[in-house]
Design a protein around this ligand. Structure first.
Ligand code: MLT
Length: 407
């Protein structure tokens, strides 16, 4: 008899963004004349940078010719891309990361979801609340939690991110083994200073813990005093893994390319207390379960680091940050409190009411899609997240409609 992984039964209905998509589709079916503006899921809307398109085309042409054709590539990614990442994203900021510590993949979502399988079931996990749902759901699937009770899973140490702590969670009082951090934060748009991040690195070192640092939104950081990588922090190489993505930085949500950085010193322990290199384990997993990102996509990603590509990706980010600025100004003018939107594409708004009610009101009465804060955890109740990923004209129109409803 085939038996099911019952941990899946503990999961809450459907994945947040699928749930929202279903509601939007139902609304659209009943209101075909409404031009719905989507500021919900953080999906980019602008075309890929020209430098990427050029490199993409060239690589596709190479695939047409026997002499330049490529079959299976290295599972970890081609050296040309890993080198470009190491030099531009890390070494240029004083972070000591080498090309062979970079694992190219098809998405940070997949990597943040998959990495947990390297660790035992009985570890204690600390997860921020609110949080990108993937961190939590993948651990539920793996059996690291009890049941969902009163808005939370048993067995998880929740790190409350609230107005009071500026949406930067405090170090837990208890000992935890695996810590998820995401900055600039999804969903709150908050950022962390080097000093605050250093406290987490010190905690991880003192407690033989590991930090999973999701930096998918680092390209939006405009304040140069803020860390873009956890590896800008002394001591992080032993206790941190970082996730990055070309999705939001260069518009690759549909193209798929990301990477995970696992320094060689990064360690975990076996039941005898013997130290193991996580790098070796992740490499083993990657080689076994993954066959690499396609060659043309990796060439397109490499082009992000060309002079032309750097300029064009900065323009992309500035475009979305201009949208974010517009949203912040409008929300402020309406007298609502918000966070984020400065070094992040997300604006986290205190809606002063049930967040699903707010979501439904914006959808049904303004034809605007946001993301209800409660979908990210119980500390998100009362909030909504508005994403800056859309055209400036659509954001303007959405804010006009929202203002009409909220004035
Ligand atoms: C979000 O809207 O939170 C993100 O776009 C989801 C993702 O990147 O998977």
């Amino acid at each position: 008899m085939i038996t099911i992984n019952e941990n899946y039964l503990k999961l809450q209905a459907s994945y947040l963004f699928s749930d929202i998509a279903k509601r939007v589709a139902a609304f659209q079916e009943n209101n075909p004349e409404t031009d719905v503006i989507k500021l919900g899921i953080g999906d980019v809307t602008k075309g890929l940078p020209q430098a990427c398109i050029k490199a993409f085309h060239q690589a596709v042409d190479e695939m047409a010719d026997d002499s330049s054709f490529r079959g299976y590539g290295p599972e970890q990614g081609y050296d040309f891309l890993r080198e470009a990442i190491a030099v531009n994203d890390f070494q240029s900021r004083g972070a000591d990361i080498s090309a062979d510590e970079i694992f190219v993949s098809d998405g940070a979502k997949c990597d943040t979801g998959n990495i947990q399988e390297l660790f035992t079931e009985d570890i204690t996990i600390a997860i921020p609340d609110p949080v990108y749902p993937v961190y939590l759901d993948t651990n539920v699937m793996a059996g690291r939690t009890g049941h969902f009770d009163n808005g939370r899973y048993e067995g998880i140490v929740y790190l409350n991110s609230t107005q009071e702590n500026g949406f930067v969670p405090s170090i837990p009082k208890e000992k935890v083994d695996l810590i998820y951090l995401c900055f600039p934060n999804n969903p709150t748009g908050s950022t962390i200073s080097k000093d605050e991040l250093k406290k987490w690195v010190d905690y991880a070192r003192d407690n033989k813990a590991l930090i999973l640092f999701d930096a998918a939104y680092e390209a939006f950081i405009r304040d140069d005093s803020l860390p873009k990588s956890i590896f800008e922090i002394e001591g992080a190489r032993e206790v941190a893994i970082e996730f990055r993505s070309f999705s939001k930085s260069a518009g690759f949500t549909g193209t798929r390319c990301a990477f995970t950085v696992v320094p060689k010193e990064c360690r975990a322990y076996d039941s005898q207390g013997v130290i193991h290199q996580i790098h070796e384990f992740w490499n083993r997993r990657h080689c076994t379960k993954f066959n690499g990102v396609s060659y043309p996509v990796q060439r397109a990603a490499e082009a992000v680091y060309s002079e032309e590509g750097k300029g064009q990706t900065v323009e992309l980010i500035q475009y979305y940050l201009r949208n974010a600025n517009l949203i912040c100004n409008e929300i402020e003018a309406l007298g609502y409190q918000y966070d984020g939107g400065k070094n992040s594409p997300y604006i986290w708004i205190d809606g002063r009411r049930d967040s699903w009610d707010f979501f439904d009101m914006l959808l049904n009465e303004a034809g605007v899609v946001c993301t209800p804060g409660a979908g990210f955890g119980s500390c998100g109740e009362g909030y909504i997240r508005i994403s800056a990923f859309n055209s400036y004209e659509n954001v303007e129109e959405a804010m006009r409609r929202i203002a009409e409803k909220l004035k």
